[in-house]
Design a protein around this ligand. Structure first.
Ligand code: CMC
Length: 428
């Protein structure tokens, strides 16, 4: 008969401990009883980057990194990308089940009717420098929203909480579009609440003198698919940040500004921008082998490759790779795709990448599609942040409802100086 326990023998003392195992996991606090003597603080586990530490139980997103599986609330990402739309996936992620028609209509109506931002937000955005990075603007404005909705602090009031959730999902495309128009020196375009989520986003990006903006259905659908693929990805750097900040009971705007800041980095959501800059630098298919050699000599990273969890093809990259040609029907074909395909071909045959299980991740192909759609490179991380808003908020609600959660507060192994007396300046 097997026992759901783990037996540890401490060879320093010869003592043996039996720790319960639940969900193939031990509780880190159970290690604390392992001591050399009574004054000993107790055993800690050391895990920089949380490579092997579960910080929560969750029911939102499932990833099997070895098999390349991604599911939101049990539904495979491939089926959602093919058959659903962004707002429906947002509902599913937030509430756990697919909506019926009435629930969907109400949800979509609510989101569509909270798209406007306060005029002072517009003025705040106008104050940024002409060349401000749109992600810097996005992060700042999301944080600023907390000052417009002070009731957002009532995070345990379900009604107030839901109001902020709807506002955030509804307003992030407006903020993103304003940041884009700002970078182009163009007047900001107000939302059109009769259009779909992505149709309205295109409207706020592109509208010039038309009386009524008609979004290109292929581009609107492409954005919808891209948004679905980016909704959630369990405990990644940005989401973990949302939970860490949220664990101190901060309002969701402030927590989300932190999550977006984490996403901005080139090792995370900023990788799509970094991939495009890398492809432009390579410039031609003939330069690919030399570039790959540089990566193998550790002079560079191959951006858009590798993942903490996927040790196989990222299923989101697979969908995007096959989706690129569909998008190119409505746009010019992006010549950078040929460089990307050659990079992928060489990398996937090379021992350096094979041995380390380095495969393309979502950011490898998304930037090529965004660029073909006409987005400037600096907008790419913002395009990641819009749909990820849903995941951050769903994870934040799960955190608040989880009785086992505590304020996030890791431990450290202190290796600094022991106590010593202060030395006056003249004696140093
Ligand atoms: N190019 C070259 N070598 C790499 C790369 C890469 N892109 N990624 C990992 N490696 C090597 C790394 O040097 C290490 O080699 P060794 O064991 O010989 O020292 C090995 O592969 C394992 O890498 P790691 O850095 O220990 O893995 P990690 O889990 O800490 O990092 C990662 C994951 C995504 C930060 C990393 O793969 C990376 O920097 N990739 C490029 C940036 C990127 O594309 N980020 C987007 C991630 S997907 C979107 C998102 O959700 O954020």
């Amino acid at each position: 008969m097997t026992k759901e326990t783990l037996t540890i023998t401490d060879n320093r003392t010869g003592r043996t401990f039996e720790l319960p195992v639940t969900h193939d996991t031990i509780n880190a606090m159970d290690l604390r009883q392992i001591k050399v003597n009574d004054d000993d603080f107790g055993m800690l586990s050391y895990d920089p980057g949380f490579k092997n530490t579960a910080s929560t139980k969750s029911t939102i997103t499932y990833i099997d990194g070895g098999k390349g599986i991604l599911r939101y609330r049990g539904y495979p990402i491939e089926q959602l990308a093919e058959k659903s739309n962004f707002l429906e996936v947002a509902y599913l992620t937030m509430f756990g089940e697919l909506p019926n028609q009435e629930q969907y209509d109400k949800w979509a109506y609510e989101i569509r009717h909270h798209t406007f931002v306060h005029e002072n937000i517009k003025r705040l955005m106008e104050a940024f420098r002409h060349d401000a990075h749109p992600m810097g603007m996005f992060i700042s404005v999301v944080a600023a929203l907390s000052t417009f909705y002070p009731e957002a602090r009532n995070i345990f009031d379900e009604k107030d909480r839901m109001k902020q959730i709807v506002r955030l999902i509804a307003k992030v495309p407006t903020i993103a579009a304003f940041s884009y128009r700002h970078s182009r020196g163009l007047p900001y375009v107000y939302p059109d609440n009769d259009l779909s989520y992505t149709g309205n986003f295109l409207n706020m990006l592109d509208k010039m003198t038309q009386v009524r903006y008609e979004p290109d259905p292929i581009l609107a659908r492409a954005l919808d698919v891209l948004f679905i693929l980016h909704v959630d990805h369990e405990q990644n750097c940005g989401t973990a940040t949302m939970r860490v900040i949220g664990s101190s009971n901060t309002d969701p705007y402030s927590a989300m500004a932190g999550a977006a800041a984490a996403l901005y980095g080139p090792l995370h959501g900023g990788a799509n921008e970094a991939v495009l800059r890398m492809l432009l630098e390579i410039g031609d298919v003939k330069n690919v082998p030399a570039f790959v050699e540089g990566v193998k000599k550790r002079e560079r990273l191959l951006m858009g490759f590798g993942h903490r969890v996927y040790k196989n093809y990222d299923p989101r990259a697979q969908i995007l790779k096959s989706y690129a040609d569909k998008v190119f029907e409505a746009t010019e074909r992006n010549p950078l795709l040929d460089i990307a395909l050659e990079l992928e071909r060489i990398a996937l045959e090379d021992d350096f990448f094979v041995e380390r299980n380095l495969y393309p991740n979502v950011d490898f192909y998304s930037g090529i599609i965004y660029q073909a759609m006409g987005f400037p490179i600096a907008m790419f991380p913002v395009l990641f942040a819009i749909p990820r808003t849903v995941g951050w908020l769903a994870q934040w609600v799960e955190l608040l409802n989880d009785k086992e959660q505590k304020i996030a507060r890791p431990r450290q192994i202190f290796l600094g100086e022991d106590e010593r007396d202060f030395v006056l300046m003249e004696n140093r």
